[in-house]
Design a binder for this molecule. Sequence first.
Ligand code: TXA
Ligand code: MG
Length: 319
Amino acid sequence: MEFISKCTSDTISNAAQALIDGHLVAFPTETVYGLGADATNEKAVSSVYSVKGRPVGHPLIVHISSINKLDQWAINIPEYAIQLAREFWPGPMTLILPRTDLAKDYITGGQNNVGLRVPAQPVALALLNKFEQFGGQGIAAPSANRFGAVSPTTADAVVEELGDYFDSDDLVLDGGQCLVGIESTIIDCTGALAKILRPGAITEEMVEQVVDKKVVVTEGESEIKASGLLDSHYAPKAKISLNSIAEPGDGFLALSKFQTPVGAIRLASPGSLEQYARDLYSALRSADRQGLKKVAILAPEGAGLAEAIRDRLTKAATR
Ligand code: TXA
Ligand code: MG
């Protein structure tokens, strides 16, 4: 595995070629780092599953360079999905749509729909554009962590998670820290109404404004398989204790307006919800690096991004 810290047009071109050749390329997006493979190469996609240790049958999100590529992967696209794509792409939103023949069972987990996203991160977009120039059609990329573990928001965290599992020809592109910090909002667009399967930075209110209709929000009981919808996910080794009092020696994470309890080890002090989302996973990683047994976390209150943060915290706290 080669670690590339300066993403020049040459290194991006090499990375795009590596994907075409069937190797894996971990790359930054605005949400979290993804573990990328050519979405039309079954062997490369199966390496993604083995590097992640992810059970087969969990579908992967296909990343494309722009809304113009949507028709290659999806058919019977409802008008509201087009509106969402126009409004929020490139951005932290994944749309689940009926698939074309290009989206094979090894991408969709055998389902008749496919998850698609145009990321808003310069390195990711440059990589996608180069890859498409070389004849590629989409990059399948789950979060670049071992199955069930905390998603990486820096290139170092990718290596920490997956370094032992990469092949020598695989690459990690370093594009700095992810600005959003939690995974994309997933919206099921296969029915008459938009259905949010995983909350994220594109909030229910934002979706509602665009689709001009009621939006359904599932609580992880969707009939569609989505591994982020499992009860336990995003979990560090340390035990997460939500909204309880931190004892001396415990890790502590809360908005900056909350004081650190005596003897607790502050992991982050976000001043806003945006910062909370951005800091969350690196704070959990830092707890594990310090060998902490327990982390007390005050979950943010309210709607919008706070809801998405609570979703991840609740899953991280479940075992
Ligand atoms: O922000 C993100 O979405 C990141 C970056 C790298 O784009 N990717 C990501 O991928 O979080 P992953 O695989 O860790 O989580 C994607 C979730 C999984 O729970 C998967 O099962 C679900 O999306 N998913 C993907 N395709 C789907 C489909 N066709 N139907 C239902 N769920 C799907
Ligand atoms: Mg994931």
